[in-house]
Design a protein around this ligand. Structure first.
Ligand code: SF4
Length: 343
């Protein structure tokens, strides 16, 4: 099979064009066609000679994914897409529409792996097991397809679909850089969020490499012995150690850190609120509380009064809190639910 052209970084594309006797600025033109103009064939690249278009056609595949199915939520307009990879596997992505101060925010939630090896007990993707990492082109093409199908220009990207992005570090960061380039999709680094279950060494690498993207960590429990039960990653990378690293390394002005916390009946006590505040005492965090998605996970939903008391306690301690509902609950909006069923 031919390689995907969207696996090329800008520098790699420049080297490619020079190697075939073309000027390196062709790389920027290529990126403009692929991402800003979002074309579906090399033949549409009309400022390239016929010979160059033929060369690209003979050497590369332009699209890495095919749309298999899409669903729209009648509750909140969330759109969910199922894509088929060239080797016949399925991945999914979600377009979330969210009104924020009367301005619509369009967020595309993308997958980074087929399946996942991290084994979180509440997650549908975990039940598929791990199949393989996605290539950068397969990550990026989710955005190409969704923009084309929906006709909407998203302004946010979250790596929060299937898979653990930091277990596919190089491909995910390469894809994020391509999404961020100014002459392609041009999505601001502040609008790209990488969400991890807490792979400590990769988080440290991300910070040390001074990557400009936002980071989100799924916490979900404040006690190690409890977190270990639902998130086996806690055995290898205890969250207390990661929090300490943040407290030491995260200067106030750097990347924004969001702590994602799915609320259950048994993880939103007053002690949990205090431990949370203490754990990240020197980091600038934002706490994103999520209502538990329905599903056959066997977990208990918290009562409304419990949620209100938890939020109040956090606010008193000056922890910035936002609460969001699970999007697309009528169309299997949580990661891995659609593709898991389909397979
Ligand atoms: S929640 Fe994320 S990291 Fe955990 S198993 Fe699911 S996809 Fe993997």
């Amino acid at each position: 099979m031919k390689p995907f052209v969207k696996n090329l970084s800008l520098e790699e594309a420049e080297i490619l064009f020079e190697s075939i006797g073309e000027k390196p600025y062709r790389a920027k033109q290529l990126f403009n066609w692929l991402y800003e103009k979002n074309v579906t064939s090399f033949d549409e690249m009309t400022n390239f000679s016929k010979e160059l278009r033929q060369y690209l056609n003979d050497t590369y595949l332009l699209s890495a994914l095919e749309l298999e199915k899409s669903q729209v939520s009648s509750v909140d307009g969330t759109q969910k897409y199922l894509f088929k990879t060239a080797d016949g596997k399925y991945i999914e992505s979600v377009l979330i529409r969210n009104d924020n101060n009367e301005k619509e925010r369009l967020t595309i939630c993308i997958s980074s792996q087929i399946g996942c090896a991290m084994g979180c007990s509440f997650c549908q993707t975990a039940r598929m097991g791990f199949k393989r990492n996605l290539e950068p082109a397969e990550i990026i093409d989710q955005v190409n397809h969704i923009r084309r199908i929906s006709g909407l220009l998203n302004n946010n990207i979250v790596f929060m679909g299937m898979g653990e992005p930091f277990m596919n570090y190089d491909n995910v960061l390469k894809a994020a850089d391509i999404l961020n380039y100014s002459f392609g999709f041009h999505i601001s680094a502040r609008k790209i969020t990488i969400s991890t279950c807490g792979i400590g060494d990769a988080i440290e690498r991300f910070i040390d490499e001074e990557r400009p993207y936002n980071l989100a960590i799924s916490l979900n429990d404040t006690l190690s012995e409890k977190r270990r039960v639902s998130m086996p990653v806690e055995n290898g990378f205890p969250i207390a150690g990661i929090a300490e690293m943040f407290n030491k390394k995260f200067p106030v002005s750097r990347n924004r850190l969001t702590i994602v916390y799915v609320m259950r009946k048994d993880n939103i006590t007053s002690e949990d609120a205090k431990r949370l505040k203490k754990m990240f005492r020197y980091s600038r965090i934002k706490l994103n509380l999520i209502e538990l998605n329905p599903g056959d996970h066997g977990l208990d939903h918290p009562l409304k009064e419990q949620i209100e008391a938890f939020i109040k306690e956090l606010e008193i301690m000056n922890v910035p809190v936002s609460v969001r509902k699970s999007f697309g609950t009528d169309i299997d909006g949580a990661c891995g639910q659609l593709s898991g069923k389909y397979e």
